[in-house]
Design a protein around this ligand. Structure first.
Ligand code: GLU
Length: 449
């Protein structure tokens, strides 16, 4: 058999598993895409001959490096850092940096793979990458975080650049960390350039970037609901997480007349039957960003709210937005949400639902938007930050808000175009095919490189 012959999905996945031993998250992400792409490629011999899926599932490169830093007690600490450059067919590598003890090569490879499709879906010229370190910013002083960020960038700077690879934030990396990393990059290369996004407004950041992922996930949700003649207003929502994505998703749901019942962190979740208000959300933002406290403190502050260990998926609601981390919603929890009458699920996090959980939503014909479509608003506004930096301009909040709304509507439209059948939209399939097609066609144009 020639290598270009059509191997079936099971054989393809067996190869992926064999080449990436123990990398369960990466294999899961490839499986989710491959099952849709195989169907789409059925009659498209050029993709098979050029081994396009096989090539996308093999990152362009995985860079791994040692990060040494000194803690406040003068102990020398050693972490591992990575940058996974998955695919740059349609633009410079683009994707966040994650600092969390759970970060492994598998996690970053899955995130870079997902990012490739997500970035393609935005319609902007961005390839897919992801980076990070197994560093836990929790409980660290500002000075420790600064020294870690500087050490991390002292290696990373040689692999990135405004036309090469443009990192941003992700879990554990927000405005503070981006500031420290940008400062170190600028010091080393002696150039001010748009090498990171998510920067502060004072130094080339974009308005609307902090809100973009959470707001975008709600705009996507609203597009799904409107496609079925519904809206957010009057509906209850369960949200997980309490970081940048979750708090901004909660804010937008609230602004649109929905009622947010829960938020969470790794310690558990709060249930507020009265619903969150802007005042309560601002309190949580301060708790998390300034005091760096725990969500359990919310139940001490606001009457009627309770704190529970575990995850919020047992709370009955019309809408669900997983906005914390990967694999935070399993099949049993998905079934509970379905039994409780959930109408739509929009993922603010990356791959928060397990494969079996996704199938439970799909079997129940619940509107379900995967992260690569629903949370693309963040990276989309990052793309706009890159444009503003290149042009040396800054657009205002209102203009960027309109652009974000249009971008999310555009992504929804692409999912419908490729995923609608017999009046039901398979958003996973739509996102996978639309995201894949643009990257694949660019790769075909380049030949074998
Ligand atoms: N980390 C975010 C994501 O998962 C944003 C990436 C970016 O802005 O480059 O899409």
């Amino acid at each position: 058999m020639a290598v270009t012959d059509h191997v079936d999905l099971a054989t393809f996945m067996a190869g992926v598993s064999k080449r990436n031993p123990g990398q369960t998250e990466f294999i899961q992400a490839v499986q989710e895409v491959a099952q849709d792409i195989y169907e789409f490629m059925e009659d498209k011999v050029q993709y098979h001959e050029a081994q396009i899926l096989r090539r996308i599932a093999e990152p362009d490169r995985v860079i791994s490096f040692r990060v040494c830093w000194e803690d406040d007690n003068h102990n020398i600490r050693v972490q591992r850092g990575w940058r996974v450059q998955c695919n740059n067919a349609i633009g410079p590598y683009k994707g966040g940096i994650r600092f969390h003890p759970s970060v492994t090569e598998s996690v970053l490879k899955f995130l870079a793979f997902e990012q490739t499709f997500k970035n393609s879906l935005t319609g902007l010229p961005m390839g897919g990458g992801k980076g990070g370190a197994n560093f836990n910013p929790k409980g660290k002083s500002d000075a420790e975080v600064m020294r870690f960020c500087q050490s991390f960038m002292t290696e990373l700077y040689r692999h990135i650049g405004p036309d090469t690879d443009v990192p941003a934030g992700d879990i554990g990396v927000g405005g503070r960390e981006i500031g420290y990393m940008f400062g170190q990059y600028k010091r080393i290369v002696n150039r001010w350039e748009g090498v990171l996004t998510g920067k502060g407004l004072e130094y080339g950041g974009s308005a609307m970037r902090p809100e973009a992922t959470g707001y975008g996930a709600v705009y996507f949700l609203r597009n799904m609901l409107m496609h079925k003649g519904m809206d957010v207003e009057g509906h209850t929502a369960v949200i997980s997480g309490s970081g940048n994505v979750a708090t901004h998703a909660a804010e937008k749901i609230t602004q649109l007349g929905g009622k947010v019942l829960t938020l969470s962190d790794s310690g558990g979740y709060i249930h507020d039957p009265d619903g969150l208000t802007q005042e309560k959300i601002d309190w949580i933002k301060h708790l998390k960003n300034v005091k760096r406290g725990r969500i359990s403190e919310y139940a001490d502050e606001f009457k009627g709210a309770t704190f529970h260990e575990g995850r919020p998926w047992g709370v009955k609601a019309d809408l669900a937005l997983p906005c914390a981390t990967q694999n935070e919603l399993n099949a049993d929890e998905a079934k509970t949400l379905v039994a409780n009458g959930v109408k739509a699920v929009s993922e603010g996090a990356n791959m928060p639902t397990t494969l079996e959980g996704v199938h439970a939503f799909q079997d129940a014909k619940v509107m379900y938007a995967p992260g690569k479509a629903a949370n693309a608003g963040g990276v989309a506004v990052s793309g706009l930050e890159m444009s503003q930096n290149s042009e040396r301009v800054s657009w205002n909040h209102e203009r960027l808000g309109d652009m974000l709304t249009d971008l999310m509507q555009g992504i929804h439209g692409k999912c419908v175009e490729y995923g609608e059948k017999d009046g039901h939209v398979d958003y996973v399939k739509g996102a996978n095919i639309a995201g894949f097609k643009k990257v694949a066609d660019a790769m075909l144009a380049f030949g074998v490189v």
